[in-house]
Write a protein that binds this ligand. Structure first.
Ligand code: IPE
Ligand code: IPE
Ligand code: MG
Ligand code: MG
Length: 330
């Protein structure tokens, strides 16, 4: 399994709850027809970093306590995340995820699209259990935003005029949305006041953006052994990432034309050359700095929360992300 797993875990405080979330996630396969169950069982047993469930639990602890509603929310958000990954791996034609063959590699795209749909629908089915229908609505909104972000990104593939602002909007939609609801709704379930709920939402927004930038740098400069997933798909698929955006922004007309040609070639050689140019030009480093700034902003947002081991752990997630960024090739 990926080394990063060891890294992303200042989660000791919620270890027991995370175990409970884990078993609830794997149990969800039982809710499906036996013939569907075998596929979903495979997907639900792959173990990711469970970052979003941890965010739900830590925010819960920091805003009044963790109760069964938080466990339910953690399961739902992880299922939505899984659904997006299942679909994303089809889009990217990725063969490995979480150190194992992707569903599309095992069973083809037709079955896999439907498995992703089943995970989305099941997550929304579970979200109807909250007494407050606003919670359910916010989960559905965030799910639409994730899909919207992926759609816009797909639409803009190969368009090298995407601006930093547009890039930021895409990552906030596709990745930020689930980080936002993880923290915001966890606080809302505890009936925290609006200022705290809003602070948690903003924390999630900043942390989510930083995390996607980290992931973009990983795609550019990481190794598949460490990441446990197929990398460089952003380059092969013409997805704009922050390091690449910075490479394009700082190139003159001749270099710009060369870079676009390399991107259009989309061969192992052209991709290797793009990685070389991006890393040597200091663009991964510049993107890492931007992510670090977002982490700091995220940490500041939660200064309104009472000091506790939980709010400290929320800040520690930021520290761990900074360490992960630091370990990347630059
Ligand atoms: C991967 O998310 C997709 C992104 C939004 C960057 P994670 O890195 O949280 O994936 P898992 O859940 O640990 O596999
Ligand atoms: C994140 O984007 C996917 C979603 C948020 C749906 P990526 O395409 O960067 O995720 P990985 O790198 O495949 O995990
Ligand atoms: Mg992908
Ligand atoms: Mg990625």
């Amino acid at each position: 399994m990926p080394d990063q797993k060891q890294l992303v875990l200042p989660f000791n405080l919620v270890k027991r709850h995370l175990r409970s979330v884990e078993s609830r996630i794997t149990q969800q396969a039982e809710q499906f027809d036996p013939e569907v169950r075998e596929y979903l069982s495979y997907i639900l047993h792959t173990s990711g970093k469970r970052l979003r469930p941890a965010l739900v639990l830590l925010t819960g602890g920091a805003t009044g306590g963790i109760d069964p509603h938080h466990l339910n929310l953690a399961v739902i958000i992880e299922l939505i995340h899984l659904a997006t990954l299942v679909h994303d791996d089809i889009i990217d034609e990725a063969g490995t995820r979480r150190g194992q063959p992707t569903p599309n590699a095992k069973w083809g795209n037709a079955t896999t699209v439907l498995l992703g749909d089943s995970l989305f629908s099941h997550a929304l089915r579970l979200s109807t259990r909250f007494d407050d229908s606003d919670v359910c609505r916010r989960i559905a909104d965030a799910t639409c935003d994730v899909c919207g972000g992926e759609i816009i990104q797909t639409k803009r593939r190969g368009d090298w005029s995407v601006t930093h602002q547009e890039y930021s909007r895409i990552i906030e939609m596709k990745t930020g949305s689930l980080f936002i609801i993880a923290s915001e709704l966890s606080a809302r379930l505890n009936k925290a006041d609006e200022a705290r709920v809003e602070a948690c939402a903003e924390y999630g927004r900043k942390l989510g953006a930083a995390y996607q930038i980290y992931d973009d740098c990983l795609d550019m400069a990481g190794t598949e052994e460490t990441a446990g997933k197929t990398l460089r798909t952003d380059l092969y698929k013409g997805k704009l990432t922050l390091p690449l955006l910075k490479l394009l922004e700082t190139s003159n007309d001749i270099e710009h034309a060369q870079i676009v040609r390399l991107l259009e070639d989309s061969t192992p050689e052209s991709v290797a050359e793009l990685v070389r140019r991006t890393v040597r030009g200091g663009h991964v480093k510049a993107a890492i700095q931007e992510a670090a700034d977002l982490v700091n902003e995220a940490q500041q947002k939660i200064s309104v929360l009472e000091d506790s081991d939980y709010s400290q752990a929320m800040r520690n997630i930021g520290e761990t992300l900074l360490q992960m960024l630091d370990k990347l090739e630059r």
